[in-house]
Design a protein around this ligand. Structure first.
Ligand code: THU
Length: 160
């Protein structure tokens, strides 16, 4: 019997001011998008901003539904919007910011499993890593150099 380990590495920024200028701008766009979230059921609003290799920025926010599972997270709204509008462009950076209308969210909010799978598909398609930054309403910001780092040992087309 053999065993192996998978490790993930993250960077932590203490606050927005520590981020590179280009990422700070994306944070502002993610926050703007977050305010446009339609989240009457969870009262948990999430905004995303995607920077493409052509300089375009694509926003997204979570969209909920009275039939709960029909809703969609901010990250997938943004990534599918980017894929639909700019099918030939690579995603460079994704920034996510989350806020609750019930309590203050100070811990970084990472993408859910389904969003990681969706993002991984685009990273594999473009064959270059997507940098991910995720945060709450305030507080620390976490960075991952790639989706792979957030979803090791993933299911992909090689399994089909
Ligand atoms: N949500 C996101 O938009 N992104 C995530 O990665 C986690 C969860 C949304 C889905 C739902 O509208 C609300 O947050 C509560 O789960």
């Amino acid at each position: 019997m053999k065993s192996f380990q998978l490790t993930s590495e993250f960077e932590i920024f203490e606050n927005k001011e520590e981020l590179p200028g280009e990422v700070q701008e994306l944070v502002e766009i993610a926050i703007e998008a977050r305010e446009k979230a339609y989240a009457p059921y969870s009262r948990f609003k999430v905004g995303a901003a995607i920077l493409l290799d052509n300089g375009e920025v694509v926003p997204g926010s979570n969209q909920e539904n009275a039939s709960y599972p029909s809703g969609l997270c901010a990250e997938r709204t943004a990534v599918y919007f980017a894929g639909a509008k700019f099918p030939d462009n690579e995603i460079k950076i994704l920034v996510v910011s989350a806020k609750s209308l019930n309590r203050s969210v100070i811990a970084p909010v990472p993408p859910c499993g389904a969003c990681r799978q969706a993002l991984a598909e685009y990273e594999l398609k473009q064959q270059s890593p997507i940098s991910l930054y995720f945060m709450g309403e305030t507080g620390k910001i976490m960075k991952s150099e790639s989706v792979k780092n957030l979803l090791p040992f993933l299911f992909d087309k090689s399994a089909l």
